[in-house]
Ligand binder design. Structure first.
Ligand SMILES: Nc1ccn([C@@H]2O[C@H](COP(=O)(O)OP(=O)(O)OP(=O)(O)O)[C@@H](O)[C@H]2O)c(=O)n1
Ligand SMILES: C[C@](O)(CO)[C@H](O)COP(=O)(O)O
Length: 264
């Protein structure tokens, strides 16, 4: 795996940055229920966003993290991050900048990308809502991009069988939905983040989708629409997305297990 530190050159702090991570953290977290914006909610007493920033900064490859805050919350997020040290000596040299986000994840990523210096060749996009991704997964994504893949996603095989349905809408909403197909499970993968990209490819994908005005649920999906190949590397169970209340229970359990195992 490529794990050379990237420090020394011409980022905002005067260092060359070859690999940057954009963390979209501007979502409300509606599915998690009422409360503060999801990225700011605590896990073991530390905001989810801080865990996510540490996960990126923990990679020797990542020397810049761009946090995309709620549109009116950039100053609050900056103050919050200043109150938490990045763990580890390598993390201490990672630069963190904060920019305001947008109405959709796609718009937030585009705004974060605009803050990435042109010296950067590899960009990771990582959900704040996946705070516990292990550093080995981050490194594997970076290594695959540096080895020449323009777009890389970590992913896992599915545990459940998946059905395609004909969704009921309008007056029929809530009625049982007819099944119209069963995709072959062995061919499917559940996709996580960080997704890693050659910078020019990701910029081109966001420009194309912004022009077309179409939505996409992940960045790799936009790259696919450019006709550029996206490849998959193994994801990790602990890179799950905190989406619903039960996910918070799982996240706390993972952190408790880490503390028990290695004094994290
Ligand atoms: N306008 C938005 C919407 C989402 N995100 C980010 O995109 C990631 C993945 O989104 P998701 O898990 O769906 O978060 P929310 O949009 O906050 O969740 P919900 O749909 O339940 O409101 C999160 O880190 C979220 O903060 C963002 O930066 N800007
Ligand atoms: C990017 C992502 O995490 C990949 O699985 C996912 O698509 C985000 O989706 P959401 O609708 O924003 O939760």
């Amino acid at each position: 795996m490529s794990a050379t530190p990237d420090h020394g050159g011409s980022g905002a702090s005067g260092r060359t940055v070859r690999t940057a991570a954009v963390i979209p953290a501007a979502g409300r977290g509606v599915r998690l229920g009422p409360g503060a914006p999801k990225a700011l909610r605590p896990l073991s007493g530390t905001p989810m966003l801080v865990h996510a920033v540490r996960a990126m900064a923990g990679s020797r490859s990542v020397s810049l993290v761009v946090v995309v805050a709620p549109p009116d919350g950039a100053d609050e997020v900056r103050r919050l991050l200043d109150g938490y040290p990045l763990s580890g000596s390598l993390g201490d040299t990672t630069e963190v900048v904060v920019v305001p986000g947008g109405e959709t994840r796609q718009e937030s990523v585009r705004k974060g990308l605009a803050a990435v210096p042109e010296t950067v060749t590899t960009v990771l996009v990582h959900d704040a809502a996946r705070p516990l991704v292990p550093v080995d997964t981050v490194d594997a994504v970076v290594a695959a991009v540096r080895d020449g893949a323009p777009a890389v996603v970590p992913a896992l095989p599915l545990a459940d069988t998946v059905k395609q349905v004909d969704p009921r809408t309008g007056e029929r909403a809530g009625e049982p939905e007819p099944v119209v197909g069963t995709p072959a499970r062995a061919l499917l993968r559940a996709v996580q983040t960080p997704q890693g990209f050659d910078r020019a490819t990701l910029v081109a994908a966001h420009e194309k989708i912004a022009l077309e005005g179409e939505g996409a649920t992940d960045d790799a999906g936009m790259v696919e629409r450019l006709g550029v190949e996206v490849v998959v590397v193994p994801g990790h169970e602990e890179a799950f997305k905190v989406t619903r209340p039960l996910d918070l229970v799982l996240a706390e359990a993972v952190l408790a297990r880490r503390r028990a195992n290695d004094g994290f």
